[in-house]
Design a protein around this ligand. Structure first.
Ligand SMILES: *[C@@H]1O[C@H](CO)[C@@H](O)[C@H](O)[C@H]1NC(C)=O
Ligand SMILES: *[C@@H]1O[C@H](CO)[C@@H](O)[C@H](O)[C@H]1NC(C)=O
Ligand SMILES: *[C@@H]1O[C@H](CO)[C@@H](O)[C@H](O)[C@H]1NC(C)=O
Ligand SMILES: *[C@@H]1O[C@H](CO)[C@@H](O)[C@H](O)[C@H]1NC(C)=O
Ligand SMILES: *[C@@H]1O[C@H](CO)[C@@H](O)[C@H](O)[C@H]1NC(C)=O
Ligand SMILES: CC(=O)N[C@H]1CO[C@H](CO)[C@@H](O)[C@@H]1O
Length: 751
């Protein structure tokens, strides 16, 4: 969940922007019929021009920002009918879908963890369930564990995924949090651990997080404290999420007493919330600061984040739909990214970038006072980037480094303020995922996978100082026909950028291979080489090359990699992936026009912007749930939390910088743009569908000014939002994309 960083005063300033009416209204383009007989629904243009710091900017489709207007609803439903009809008519759709399902047919497991006498873990037998099932067993070797909770029974199409959970301190009760129709609204249910029977009621409109900041058991066992969004106006619970009015910073902390109705849940005060955190989220926190070595002989003062328990995302995306974890669990990027690791021996450990662009672990005494002196316990490495760290015992941490975007896993012993490596995991060609540490057992469990190996789950045990294998996932047979590789190329400004590549073993450098590029590039999120059944299927059925490009904006090479791809440097993200495309052409793998770009959310913006900037190079743009309206984004749902990446729309230089690449404001007449499939969901509470609506309307309009324009489809998925966690729905949406892609690039299906 993105934490907003903009204060109310700042938002008010943003709203003071005036609407001027003086700019020249663009002449309507020449009228050519739409491609393939596609009759785009008409979209009214308003005469509306806004003046941003002296630059007039037209916004003719402003009316689409109102999700409740009849006009918007009609526009959306006509676009939806048009795109669905088109996509359903594509050949090979059923063939691909069937085969993709087969390629996904292998037993999936999450990493195990222990609570009381049971081990718990997720599994999706043969990948045939929409959602993984939570099993438990007293003996990990037992091949016939009992089902503890089956999310597939919770909603008709298995859309609703159990997202996180929490055991009561006495381990007798279990609460699980479910994302509702892929939105950011959740509900919570309760289970009696012993009998596995549900009890009490369901909580609604709950914030999608169960860390102790938002969810806590009453110490006397009588109820729970939880964070609840204001219910959206005019919508029933069943419809919640179908609008723009989820304001992530407007919520209450409530106490729910077991045995009572949620209608009587009370807003939390110290007196009514037994065992609740001693703070309510909206009240000011006692802020602690630490003084950290800046690495150059000086000191920096940093704010410390709240101490959170070893929070993990139990339903790790790598179990089911790796491509769709669009930064949902990452906190907003501050000037120095600092995260809590653990507490031991009177010290607290934090991972930070302060004074260490590649990251380090610092220790701070557990003392009173607000300005505490930190010591570096795991200093910055000369080359590797310290991605994350977890505590496994009083004096032991597991440290996950990045070596050119591949994980190096080490265990370090910490004594008297310094550390030494006691164990290094032998593999270093992939990604460590689904990491869980347990300081009682003194273990860390993780999965180690690559793009063509679904991975093996390991349990590292401090007392043996070695790993044992919990499960090895069996790769589908089709992986025998592909190779996995990493390449490096230079971007426009000379920066060396890596890309992971999955390609058919027999691919020749004959310029005839279609290339599918994927990127994200933002919010300090690293794109790791996790298993991709899709990359395998693409190679198998279309001879396609899948390239996961580690463009700037993530932290693949530490904090400078993020700074180099955000705010005034955002254009570097686009240049990086365009340079990747040129590299694949130059190397002889493909040719101009046979390349495509795909991304979601911030990566949807990438796909949109790059399709506009490199129309000859890119043949198809696939922009999912994208942020295309990067001038007015702070006005909608989670937008205020994104200003570190896109700029603040009340700050002159930042607006003028964003204006150069903002997709909605850069569609030009007389350009033959790539074929575009713009996907959004009617329940996207994170990035409102209006971003995609406006972008599609602009593209469809200018396509009438170009002879031979390519199709522009706006696909609006139903009961769908930003959190796609159902394996079956993931397969559906990838089938839409790949069949459109193949038709547009004229790539035949190979049975
Ligand atoms: C947000 O919406 C309000 C109401 O439509 C408008 O007055 C304001 O200018 C918008 N603010 C921004 C930053 O777009
Ligand atoms: C657009 O609005 C402005 C200001 O109200 C007006 O001067 C102009 O004539 C209008 N243009 C069109 C094409 O209606
Ligand atoms: C711990 O480190 C401090 C400072 O470096 C040193 O003075 C002290 O002797 C050390 N203690 C032990 C037990 O090594
Ligand atoms: C860790 O190793 C010790 C010593 O072999 C063993 O007793 C313990 O059960 C192991 N822990 C786990 C979680 O496997
Ligand atoms: C550690 O475990 C691995 C795999 O279980 C095994 O191959 C290796 O020999 C072990 N190493 C030691 C030092 O025991
Ligand atoms: C398809 C699906 O699962 N839809 C669900 C959306 O959310 C409502 C309210 O939770 C459920 O009733 C629907 O089943």
């Amino acid at each position: 969940m993105m934490v907003p960083t903009v204060s109310a005063a700042v938002l008010a300033a943003a709203c003071a922007l005036s609407i001027a009416g003086t700019a020249v209204f663009a002449a309507p383009p020449t009228y050519y019929p739409s491609p393939g007989g596609l009759a785009y629904p008409p979209a009214r243009r308003m005469n509306l021009t806004e003046n941003y710091f002296g630059t007039p900017v037209e916004d003719p489709y402003r009316w689409m920002e109102d999700p409740f207007s009849k006009e918007t609803i009609k526009f959306a439903s006509q676009q939806s009918d048009l795109s669905l009809k088109y996509l359903k008519s594509l050949p090979d759709r059923e063939l691909f879908k069937k085969s993709f399902r087969e390629i996904n047919r292998f037993d999936r497991y999450g990493t195990p963890f222990k609570k009381g006498e049971y081990w718990y873990y997720l599994a999706n037998p043969q990948g045939q369930n929409a959602q993984s099932i939570l099993y438990r067993t007293k003996d990990l070797q037992n091949q016939k564990p009992e089902i503890f909770l089956d999310p597939n029974t919770l909603s008709p199409q298995g859309v609703d995924r159990v997202d996180s959970w929490s055991f009561s301190p006495d381990l007798l009760k279990f609460a699980y949090l479910v994302t509702k129709n892929e939105t950011d609204y959740s509900w919570v249910g309760f289970v009696d651990v012993k009998s596995k029977k549900p009890f009490d009621t369901y909580l609604r409109y709950v914030i999608r997080s169960m860390d102790q900041y938002y969810f806590r058991w009453a110490s006397d066992g009588t109820g729970v404290t939880y964070a609840r969004y204001k219910a959206p106006k005019g919508l029933s619970w069943d419809d919640a999420g179908r609008n723009n009015d989820l304001f992530p910073y407007e919520y209450d902390l409530l106490f729910h007493k077991f045995g009572t109705s949620i209608e009587t849940d009370t807003i939390c005060e110290e007196s009514v919330c037994p065992g609740a955190p001693s703070f309510a989220p909206e009240r000011p926190q006692p802020q602690k600061f630490a003084v950290v070595d800046d690495g150059k002989g000086g000191k920096i003062r940093i704010a410390l984040p709240l101490k959170k328990e070893n929070v993990f995302t139990p339903w790790a995306p790598s179990v089911d739909t790796p491509e769709f974890d669009w930064g949902s669990t990452k906190q907003d990027a501050g000037p120095f990214d600092t995260t809590f690791v653990g507490t031991a021996g009177g010290m607290s450990y934090y991972r930070t970038d302060a004074g260490a662009p590649r990251g380090k672990v610092i220790a701070i005494p557990e003392a009173e006072g607000t300005e505490l002196r930190a010591v570096d316990v795991v200093p910055q490495d000369k080359e590797l980037v310290l991605d994350q760290s977890v505590q496994i015992a009083d004096g032991a941490l597991a440290v996950f480094y990045l070596d050119n975007v591949k994980h190096v896993v080490r265990v370090v012993k910490v004594t008297n303020g310094t550390s030494s490596t006691i164990y290094e995991f032998p593999q270093r060609n992939g990604a460590a995922t689904d990491i869980k540490a347990d300081t009682d057992l003194q273990t860390v469990t993780f999965k180690y996978e690559t793009m063509i190996d679904p991975g093996t789950i390991y349990i590292y045990n401090l007392s043996t100082n070695n790993v044992t294998v919990f499960r090895k996932l069996q790769a589908p047979a089709a992986v025998a026909q592909v190779v996995f590789d990493q390449v490096f190329f230079n971007s426009k400004d000379g920066t060396r950028v890596p890309a992971f590549v999955v390609r058919p073993k027999n691919a020749q450098k004959n310029g005839r291979n279609p290339v599918w590029m994927y990127g994200y590039g933002g919010f300090q999120i690293n794109v790791m080489p996790t298993f991709s059944a899709f990359a395998v299927a693409l190679a198998r059925h279309y001879g396609g090359i899948y390239a996961l490009v580690n463009i700037r904006g993530g932290k693949e090479y530490g904090s400078p990699w993020y700074e180099g791809g955000s705010l005034f440097n955002k254009q570097n993200c686009f240049d990086d992936i365009i340079s990747a495309g040129k590299f694949f052409v130059k190397e002889g793998w493909t040719r101009e026009g046979l390349l495509s770009i795909h991304g979601g959310s911030n990566g949807g913006l990438l796909a949109g912007a790059v399709s506009l900037q490199a129309p000859g190079l890119i043949g198809v743009g696939l922009a999912d749930y994208g942020v295309h309206e990067t001038l007015r984004f702070t006005n909608f749902t989670f937008g205020p939390g994104w200003v570190n990446d896109y700029g603040r729309n009340f700050a002159g230089k930042e607006v003028l910088s964003a204006l150069k690449w903002a997709p909605v404001y850069n569609v030009k007449p007389n350009v033959r743009y790539p074929a575009m499939l713009i996907t959004t969901g009617d329940h996207d509470t994170r990035v409102s569908p209006l971003h995609s609506f406006k972008f599609a309307a602009h593209l469809q309009r200018v396509s009438h000014s170009v002879w031979g324009a390519k199709p522009v489809l706006l696909r609006i998925r139903e009961l769908s939002g930003h959190n796609i966690f159902s394996l079956l729905r993931y397969m559906d949406t990838m089938t839409d994309k790949v069949t459109f892609w193949a038709q547009q690039l004229r790539v035949p299906y190979r049975p």
